[in-house]
Design a protein around this ligand. Structure first.
Ligand SMILES: [Cu+2]
Length: 413
């Protein structure tokens, strides 16, 4: 009798398992990039993410805070979401970076420093077409940090020695988004300190398939500007020999003298032509190798912009800030907020906070997510915890409105 019952029980249990596995796989081990049973539609998720509907808009540094570019969306034959982006690189852009008239001679992705905040979902097929404008005089590239195919590694991916895109050419980078987190993207052409500090960088957010808890979201990219490149001497590297087996990709508008173009391209990869300084033309610049420093520090591109335009928050509401440090020449940067503590998620690759704090210190390229709420109305500063950086532009204000949130009553014991 016992064995009969046991047999019947096993039979019924197996049947239930088989049925349930149709909807919920028993071994739910799913690598990023594969589809899962996320309950939210792509359209609904994009709305929650506050994706912009105007992909051609150049956000101001204030608008940058909440301007998320989620690309042009389509589906491939397997039903996977495909997001396409176009990044146009332009040199010699005059970018206002302060309220005191400072203009930076920048290189830009889509006309702004930082470049657009790219936002995708884990598992999406991402295509980023990078166009190096005809008017430019340097080769450039794009490097995104998340896991990607080796053929798409920035060093070899364009078929050009050094993995670069010549002026007048374009290249489409392609990868499956993952793992979820916050990432920098930037030009990976040497000398990188110049290509990055000139402005060729931005933030990429890969959202988890199952959305994080819903709250108002912002992006804060920390950067700096070395305004007097001309006083600090050229940066030079030895010439690079062409890589064996790598096909060269000459500009569409190249002349018949191909060898000259190859030499020009290699030269572009290894040497930045710094602007001459007429006032000091008597100096031999090639022998001057001074330490490079930033003269202006900002969050989102313009010094003191959030002092002039405080960010309006409301008591009791939840806020999430995606933060990324792209500061060159200084070893660390930091974010400190007044009047509240924040949960911090390093790199944004985990849904459990690492710790609760009011300050986070970031090396170059470090990033993460801050989540916080304010209990009391008022005006609160947020800034770098290095006084030099705050004095030179990296400081802002939260204008917190609303009623105080009652603190929980003290424990009677
Ligand atoms: Cu570059």
């Amino acid at each position: 009798m016992f064995w009969q019952n046991a047999y019947f029980f096993v039979l019924v249990f197996s049947f239930i398992l088989i049925l349930s596995s149709l909807n919920y796989p028993l071994l739910n081990i799913v690598a990023y990039g594969q589809t899962t049973g996320s309950q939210i539609s792509q359209e609904e998720y994009d709305k929650i993410k506050n994706c912009t509907t105007d992909l051609s808009k150049k956000p101001t540094p204030v608008e940058y805070l909440t301007h998320f570019n989620c690309g042009q969306v389509s589906k491939d034959e397997s039903g996977r979401t495909v997001r396409q982006f176009t990044l146009i690189i332009e040199e010699n852009q005059k970018i206002p970076i302060s309220y005191e008239g400072h203009i930076f001679d920048g290189w830009t992705f889509n006309g702004t420093i930082p470049g657009p905040t790219i936002r995708v979902t884990e598992g999406d097929l991402v295509r980023i077409r990078v166009i190096n404008s005809n008017e430019n005089t340097h080769a450039h590239s794009l490097y995104t940090q998340p896991i990607h195919y080796s053929k798409n590694n920035a060093f070899i991916m364009t078929g050009q020695p050094g993995g670069t895109i010549s002026p007048g050419r374009s290249f489409t980078y392609e990868f499956i988004a993952g793992p979820y987190g916050v990432y920098p993207y930037y030009c990976h052409v040497e000398p990188m300190a110049d290509h990055i500090n000139r402005g060729l960088y931005g933030m990429m957010i890969i959202d988890p398939k199952d959305p994080r808890p819903r709250m108002t979201e912002m992006a804060m990219l920390l950067n700096g500007y070395d305004l007097d490149l001309d006083l600090e001497g050229p940066t030079e590297l030895p010439p690079v020999a062409p890589i064996e087996g790598v096909e060269t990709n000459l500009p569409l508008n190249s002349s018949s003298n191909n060898n000259t173009n190859i030499e020009t391209n290699i030269s572009n990869m290894t040497h930045v032509s710094l602007p001459s300084n007429e006032e000091e033309s008597g100096n031999d610049k090639s022998t001057v190798k001074e330490e490079r420093v930033n003269e202006i520090y900002t969050v989102n591109g313009k010094a003191f912009d959030y002092m002039m335009n405080p960010i309006v928050l409301h008591t009791g509401e939840l806020y999430r800030v995606y933060v990324l440090n792209m500061l060159e020449f200084d070893s660390v940067n930091s974010v400190h907020i007044h009047g509240a503590m924040f949960d911090y998620y390093s790199a944004g690759t985990n849904k459990t906070a690492d710790y609760l704090t009011d300050i986070v210190t970031l090396a170059k390229g470090d990033r993460g997510i801050m989540e916080f709420t304010y209990a009391y109305p008022g005006t609160y500063m947020f800034h770098a915890h290095q006084t030099l950086f705050t004095d030179l532009g990296w400081m802002g204000l939260f204008d917190v409105r609303g009623n105080p949130i009652n603190s929980p009553p003290n424990d009677a014991t």
